[in-house]
Design a protein around this ligand. Structure first.
Ligand SMILES: Cc1ncc(COP(=O)(O)O)c(C=O)c1O
Length: 281
């Protein structure tokens, strides 16, 4: 197991306190501890990150070093980013982007503000996440993703995210598309930023990712091998899905970056790609 804590938080666990009249009344000088010290501030926000800090605080653990999430509309991760910046919380906000989405380039390279990603989009993508087939990304108009509150971004092959969904299910965590994408990003980040292995939870690297929806809506698609064979045929199909799953399992058990390992080991051969392109099936 990784010498770090990866905490999967269910997005709408029912523990989020509804905001009341005190919303927005905190001033930026409050420390993280003060956010929870009985002055009514626990009701400050319906923000999911507030809930995360509450849960970690209950376990006497400080804020996470990283918060990892993918973007559909971009609303969730941007609201977390604004919260983190507003209260000067020492957490880096990390975007996990799907393979053919334009969000990575929108955030990192300020691209796709005027042009759309339609020419680059390849189906099926990771449902509910990414942006690629509906024109330019314009904050406040076509997307809620706010690049200024994102600290880091990762780009993940769709078959790798799908393999992560399968791996998680094997270890008893039934998550959907963004959960897979978030999880493999967190493993990669952990491998890159791992610190000393200590028994004290507060010394460990802490990465929080969201378990946004369950696996149930995806039983006929991302968990169905016939569907994967057909939809991810051009990505390498089942053999590469299995290869990615092995890379993830290796990373989970022994450390190491699953994205690095998978990109070395899970490549379609040139002849395979050539055959697919030139010989009609
Ligand atoms: C499964 C899943 N994960 C993540 C997201 C992203 O949330 P947001 O739209 O706030 O970016 C969505 C959006 O619908 C989703 O369906």
């Amino acid at each position: 197991m990784h010498p770090c804590v990866v905490v999967l938080v269910e997005k709408f666990s029912g523990g989020i306190t509804k905001s009341n009249s005190r919303k927005g009344s905190l001033n930026r000088k409050l420390t993280v501890q003060q956010l929870f010290l009985g002055n009514g501030n626990s009701k400050e926000s319906t923000n999911v990150f507030h809930e995360i800090l509450c849960q970690l605080n209950d376990e006497k653990v400080g804020p996470p070093h990283f918060f990892v999430h993918s973007a559909g509309t971009g609303g969730t991760i941007s609201s977390v980013g604004r919260y983190v910046k507003k209260y000067l919380i020492p957490t880096e906000v990390v975007l996990a982007d799907s393979e053919f989405s334009i969000y990575y380039d929108y955030v990192v390279n300020q691209r796709f503000k005027r042009e759309g990603g339609e020419p680059y989009w390849v189906s099926p993508g990771m449902a509910g996440t990414g942006f690629g087939y509906s024109g330019p990304a314009m904050h406040g108009k076509t997307t809620s993703l706010q690049p200024s509150v994102i600290d880091l971004a990762f780009k993940v092959p769709d078959l790798a995210s799908t393999a992560a969904m399968h791996f998680l299910k094997k270890i008893g965590i039934s998550g959907g598309t963004s959960t897979g994408l978030n999880f493999i990003t967190a493993l990669s980040l952990a491998a890159q930023r791992r610190t000393n292995s200590s028994n004290n939870d507060n010394d460990k690297l802490r990465i929080v990712v969201l378990l946004a929806d369950s696996s149930t809506p995806y039983e006929d698609t991302y968990f169905n091998f016939s569907w994967i064979s057909e939809k991810f045929h051009s990505h390498g199909g089942i053999p590469l899905l299995k290869c990615w799953e092995r890379a993830i399992e290796h990373s989970y058990k022994h450390g190491g970056d699953p994205l690095k390992r998978g990109s070395l080991k899970c490549k379609r051969s040139f002849s395979d790609r050539y055959r697919r392109r030139h010989v009609p099936l």
